[in-house]
Design a protein around this ligand. Sequence first.
Ligand code: ADP
Ligand code: MG
Length: 706
Amino acid sequence: MQILKQDIQYLPGVGPQRKKMLSEELGIATYGDLLEYYPYKHIDRSRLYPISELTGDMPFVQVKGRILSFETFKMSSRKERVVAHFTDGSGRIMDLTWFNYGKSAIKKYKVGTEYIVFGKPAVFNNRIQVVHPDMEPADSLELSTMNMLPYYHTSEKMKKSGMNSRAIERLTRVLIDAVKEPVAETLPDFIVQKLHLISRDEALRWIHYPPDAKALEKARVRLKFEELFFVQLNILRYASDQRRKYRGFVFGHVGDVFNDFYHHHLPFPLTEAQKRVIREIRKDMGSGRQMNRLLQGDVGSGKTLVALMTMLIAIDNGYQACIMAPTEILAEQHLQTIMHFLGDMPVRVALLTGIVKGRRRQEVLDGLLDGTIHILIGTHAVIEDTVQFARLGFVVVDEQHRFGVAQRAKLWGKGQPTGGAGGGYPHVLVMTATPIPRTLAMTLYGDLDVSVIDELPPGRKPVVTQHFYDSRVPSLYNGLRKQINQGRQVYCVFPLIEESEKIDLKNLEEGFEVLTQVFPEFHLSKVHGKMKPADKEREMQRFVSGETQMLVATTVIEVGVNVPNASVMVIFDAQRFGLSQLHQLRGRVGRGADQSYCLLVTPFKLAEETRKRIDIMCETNDGFRIAEADLKLRGPGDLEGTQQSGMAFDLKIADIARDGQLVQMARDEAQLIVDEDPTCTSDKYRILWNRLRELRKTNINWAAIS
Ligand code: ADP
Ligand code: MG
């Protein structure tokens, strides 16, 4: 299909200037690019509305009528507004308004000529008006052939120079006529047949100009499937490749360290879910394949213990293990938790973060190199080049959504292959407390096997979540006082948004002032990200030890902090947090045996979407439901981690949140093919491997996992 590679400049109606605009603003350089520049919606243009039926709520309408007269209003010395009074004989007059280019509108459109006006109606001064309408002489349009008119996004800059949706539409019309030969198929025939898909050629034409709504739907399904299919094929190809390249160390036995811990140090029985997950991990470790497993479990489900026990298996087999956490506070807390669990067991644990410096740091580095340190816990400091292990065999990445695929690989890459029969690479366990909807997990972490802890330790009462308007904060204070007087502790969180750290710190400072005045009888701690680590640590410690009853903080406490005696989480300006963040914060309470509360404080006036977020929080504690809702509300592009994930994510047409079924179908088909052709080289599927290679060249995101 040479024509699809043709420079867009040669398309009638383009030329050098538009070529520049198209390529700079929309990334369209060839005929093929334009063909794959899909409209975001279609509007049925076979229908005309009478002006008398128009309301301000209608999205877009089409009206046929005549201009009665023009009127010009001075707005300032330089600006004027031009209004055309427009009638269709239905008894009501509509205003067409231009704030820019009014003069040229007067020149271009004639009083008395019949036009078809197209635009979004609004109500202004009790009259229907359309601002900057799209108008064509009525005799130039054949409405019956315009059933479904495509709409294309264009940038502000393009609109200013007349390259609006209509202009693109004209180009796609010319393009589709110019592409005379059928566009080549990219999927094997048997898939097209089996799934009753339409051909790629038909889909690409219909996605722009469908004969009817049903055809449009068919085109969308075909193109979405194809897009998702190649994403899945790429992930599975990558996973298969990794599997062949990287054998895993074989941890053949469970020994003294694990058994000693299990029989003498485990402070409580494991939940069934923890047992199951440990079994899954053990199986991977003995398989000879490198484990790449994602461990999902809601906050408080006991992932740390699972990580520790599986690290002990690595130690039993003569290897070292390492945990990488996203923040210093969390790394330190892991250290404390793990040391506490281990008690007097002869397992040496060390901490490495940015603040471990000088001699202490050197000691850690030496201990790793001579193998006397068994478990290293740290922040991303552990992936620095100076950190080297004697025998790294097992790597745990906590709260993965903050690390990317590349960082993961850099860490496990520190386990040198030893060659020979026992040779291999370290196993990798990725832990996340952000539940990820299945379809997203398949795409984001599609190269990982998944284990889920779907059970909380016994005795936990679900956190009760309530919404408070600002005006009711005084009654909220009374509740806090009651809790603290019963010996509980309280978190108060204020938002911190990076672009305006100063203002928000002011929020925190002011909030802290107010709370100090409201609760003179209590001790308060204050923690935020701009504090020196040592100060932060000291304040946190005061709260952990119970010396202070209230911790006033920004979201630095979001991840992992564990104070079972804290029973209330107050989130001020909750409207400024995302759903998963709110859920993470809520997970800080409900860790002890007492009833816990999460109180969301917002102003009275809330945007529709914000109100939905708050409602979902009040309705459910189920992290998976919240993740699904989050995905639907925000779309995958905004989800934390999708940018760094290293997976293809600028999907053109498919939507991970809404097209779950297609994701699954694409996954299944791709899996069958990779199972049959694990080296991804067979001639039978040549068409697919070639296409994949082509796609990976065009999309920077794809390259990250090639
Ligand atoms: P998360 O999955 O959020 O990392 P943690 O590992 O921090 O959860 O565990 C939360 C709390 O539950 C900790 O205090 C931990 O000691 C405790 N815990 C873990 N497993 C169990 C269990 N099987 N029974 C009782 N408590 C447990
Ligand atoms: Mg944790």
